[in-house]
Ligand binder design. Structure first.
Ligand code: DSN
Length: 450
């Protein structure tokens, strides 16, 4: 008998096919990314690194070249070339001098940068989680927050980074790292301004672009590495549309990871390599690295630019439609792929009720706190949604309007619902909307799900 796990995978396929994925950090990978990810490369150990020489060559040349490596296991002839392809493509995609493709996740990528540059107790200036930052940027519940001293900066009333506060804190606290990054922020950061401040105080400039990496790759969002930032971390599975994993891009001199270099900004690529392995991780996941290489190859193609532009266009349409339907949006709208709706202010109930209700009709998004939210973490006032996944399915303006319409109908039904538990009483009223969502979802197939 086949393992129950496969039955559950089939059920998840149906959920993905028949519903609409609006969580802004999710996407649907191509059949090729999926194939590389599920390949026999998972059988192979390859601690250490392939050669970093000649990575600006063509894919064909890299795929054919066998060079000496710094690995701790034999049998690297193929994984070396796969990892070199991933590194080379990532460097081209993000204008970086070096790429480390081994981080298992965005959290690992971030911690590896902190560990590469900071001593325990050193200060790191980063966006407040409650203002749209990220857990791994110093939330007290994380290991990083126990090791390093995170100083939070916030956002202004209109939802932009409070650059004056950032500057004031940088000058007074003299942090070792200034970090620009977020998981619920709808503006385009002023990298130039932050870089100027960072240079003044001698901090390492780090950008965590996990959410917008695909927009950067597609040329519709500025690249912090073009504005004097030393390091950019990202996940590979959000707008970038690759497998789940992390990536660190950096500017500087690349040298052998076998020797410990002097701690200078110029040596940051090698400091990071040593921090990822053996500093914070063991063996890399070569099947995931292969899938990253395939995804980076896809992102280098001209059609990815159209995809990135369409994500933003769809997000702007969806934001405008939501506003005309009575929804109050944090920051008044969006400049990227992400929208934060103040459900409490718009319709008088909390974001968790809305998340659960929308899930019942096949619209998946997540409850999210708003800056200064007084509500409990599990019952925040808002919901966060975005357009990367539905854009992958080929949806456009007409579909954004329909989604906004369903959200309005659902908000009106849920207005008087006292708690999530009471939502089942509304199940009959949800039925019509659920059927409409399912019909539209099936008209736009998910790549790699038959
Ligand atoms: N948890 C991710 C998000 O949804 O934004 C970030 O890591």
């Amino acid at each position: 008998m086949k393992d129950f796990v496969f039955d559950l995978i089939e059920q998840e396929k149906v959920r993905q096919k028949e519903g609409l994925e609006l969580i802004p950090s999710e996407n649907y990978v191509s059949p090729e990314v999926l194939e590389a990810m599920g390949s026999i490369l998972t059988n192979k150990y390859s601690e250490g690194y392939p050669s970093f020489a000649d990575l600006d060559k063509s894919d064909k040349e890299i795929a054919e070249e066998i060079l000496p490596n710094s690995r701790y296991y034999g049998g690297q002839v193929n994984v070396d070339r796969i990892e070199r392809l991933a590194i080379s493509r990532a460097m081209k995609l993000f204008h970086a001098d070096h790429a480390n493709v081994q981080p298992h996740s965005g959290a690992n990528a971030n911690e590896a940068v902190y560990y590469a540059w900071c001593e325990p107790g050193d200060k790191i200036l980063a966006m407040n989680l409650a203002h749209g930052g990220h857990l791994t940027h110093g939330a007290p519940v994380t290991r990083s927050a126990h090791i390093w001293n995170f100083i939070p900066y916030g956002v202004t009333e209109d939802g932009d980074i409070d650059y004056d506060e950032l500057e004031r804190l940088a000058l007074s606290e003299k942090p070792k790292i200034i970090l620009v990054g977020y998981s619920a922020f709808m503006k385009i950061p002023d990298f130039e301004r932050v870089a100027k401040v960072g240079k003044e105080v001698g901090a390492l400039l780090m950008a965590d672009m996990a959410h917008v990496a695909g927009l950067i790759a597609g040329g519709v969002h500025p690249n912090p590495l073009d504005f004097g930032f030393n390091v950019m971390t990202t996940t590979t599975h959000k707008t970038l549309r690759g497998p789940r994993g992390g990536l660190i891009l950096s500017k500087g001199k690349v040298s052998s990871p076998l020797r410990k270099p002097e701690k200078t900004l110029e040596n940051i690529p090698t400091l990071i390599d040593r921090s990822v392995f053996p500093g914070t991780q063991g063996g890399p996941l070569e099947h995931v690295i292969a899938a990253k290489a395939v995804a980076f190859g896809e992102a280098l193609k001209p059609e990815f630019k159209d995809y990135a532009a369409k994500i933003v266009e769809n997000a702007k349409t969806l934001a405008d439609e939501l506003k005309t339907r009575g929804f109050v949006l944090q920051g008044g709208g969006t400049e990227n792929h992400l929208i934060l709706v103040n459900v409490e202010k718009s319709y008088g109930f909390n974001g968790k009720i809305f998340e659960k209700a929308l899930d019942m009709v096949g619209l998946t998004l997540n409850a999210n706190a708003l800056p200064g939210d007084k509500a409990a973490a599990f019952r925040p006032s808002g919901v966060r949604l975005g357009t990367p996944a539905i854009t992958t399915r080929g949806m456009g303006k007409a579909e954004m309007k329909k989604i906004a319409g369903w959200m309005e109908e659902m908000a009106k039904i849920c207005k008087d619902v006292p708690s999530e538990d009471a939502l089942s009483e509304k199940a009959d009223e949800f039925e019509k909307i659920h059927a409409e969502v399912k019909k539209m979802a099936l008209d736009f197939p998910v790549p790699s799900i038959k």
